[in-house]
Design a binder for this molecule. Sequence first.
Ligand code: HEM
Length: 436
Amino acid sequence: MTAAASAHTDPPEAELQFDVGSTDDSLERMTELFARHGDTYRVFVPARESYTYVIHHPDDVKRVLVANHRNYTKGVGLDRVRILLGKGIMTSEGELWKRQRYMMQPFFHRRVLTRFATTIGAVNDRFLARWQAAAAQGQPINITDEMSELTLEIVLRSIFGVDLDRLSEQLGGNPFEVVTKDQERNLQFAFKFRSLTKLVAELMARRRASGEEHFDFLAMLMSARDKESGAPMPDRQLIDEVMTLIVAGHETTASGLNWTWYLLAQHPEAEERLHAEIAAAAELPAPSLAQVEALPFTTQVVSETLRLYPPGWLLSRRTLEPDVLGGYRVPAGANVLLPLYLLHRHPHFWSEPERFWPERFAPEHEAQRPRFAYMPFAAGPRHCIGETLALYEMYVHLYKVVRHFRLRYVPERPLELEAQINLRTRHPLFMRLERR
Ligand code: HEM
C-alpha cells in the first residue's frame, strides 16, 4: 500500500486505456503496469466505459477469494467461457453453483481419485510405448500436442470409462478429439464443441436403459442427488458439468505438463535430481495417489512449475457492493483482476522470483512467505475442484516417463507465451527423447 492510499481515494490509474486481461498483449502490459504502479491500480476500459481494478497483494487476494468472497461473483473474463460451458460449476453462481459444488465435491475425494490409478497409469503406458518408437528413430516429438492428447484421454476415460472405446469404435474415431486438434477457441469451436452434447445425452440414455454399473464421473453425476430435495441433476445441467470437466480438466493440466518439460529441459541439475528420486522408487504400473505424493522432489518440481507458469494465470471477479482493496475504494459492479502469474513472482514475497528452484517448496522454506502468495488452483470456496486429480496426473506422468527418458528441448524458435484463458506456449515445443 502506498502512502497516498486511503479508503476514500481511487488507486493509481494507468495512462493506457485498453481491455485489460482480454487483449493478446495483456500479460506484457500488466507486467509493466505492476512495475510502475505497484500492488493496486486501475485501467479505464473504453469498450465498457468503466474501470477494471488489478490487485497483487496476497492480503487483497485473500480478501477477494476468501474473507469477503460473498461480495464477489465471477468477472468479465468468464463470458467467453460461458459460451462453451453453459451453466456448469465453473461458470454458474449463487444457489445453483452451491448445489452443484456440494453434489460434485465427493467425486474428487482422495479415496475416489485413487480408483483412477489404473486409468492414469495405462494411458501413460500407451504414450510411453509410442514414444519408444520415436526415440528409436531419433524423431523429436511435439510435446505440446502429446501433453494435450494425454490429459484429454485421461479426463475422457475418467468421465466416460469404457464407453469412450465404444463411442470411438462406433464413430470411427474419438469424437472429442476436436478439443485438442482445434486449438482456436472461437465461436466455430464452440459450435463444434456444443454439438458433442448430443453424444453425451445418447450415452446417458443408453446407460439408463441397460442398467449397467459403471465407475466414472458420468456415473457419479447420474447418481448424485440434491441434499435437500433428493432430486437428480436435470439432464441439461448434467451435460454442462460433463463439458466443464472436459475443458477445465484437460487444457490446464496439459499446459502444466508442457511447462514442466520445458523447465526440466532448461535445468539439467533439477532433471537429474528428479531422475534419481524416481529411479530409486519401485516401478509400479498404477501408483496410488499417496505413493506419488511421497516423492518430495517430484512434488516440488510440479509446484515450482505451476508457480512460474500458472495455467490459470488470471482470475476475474466482480464486486457486488463497494469494497476497499490495497487501501483504495473499489465501487460496486467493478471488475477486479487477480494476475496469479504476477502474484507468483511478487518480489516482496519471493526471493529470486524468476529462478526455477523447486527446493523453495521444501517444508523448511514454505514458512517464509504468506499463504496467499501462491495459489495456482485459486483459493476459497471456488478453488479448483480438480486440484488433487491434476496433481496426481502430473506426478504419475513424471514418475512414468523420467525413469525411461530424458527430454531434450529442440528450440525451433524463441519461446513465446500465449496468455489467453490459459497460459500456454504460443508455438508447440519439440523435444528429442533420449532413452536412459
Ligand atoms: C494443473 C491443472 C489445473 C489448474 C492449474 C487449475 C486451476 C484452476 C483455477 C485457478 C480455478 C479457479 C478459477 C476461477 O476462480 O476463476 C479452477 C477452477 C476449476 N477447476 Fe481447475 N485447474 C486444473 C485442473 C483441473 C482438473 C483436472 C479439473 C477437473 C477434472 C478441474 C476442474 C475445475 C472446475 C470444475 C473449476 C470450477 C470450480 C468452481 O467454480 O466451483 N481443474 N481451476
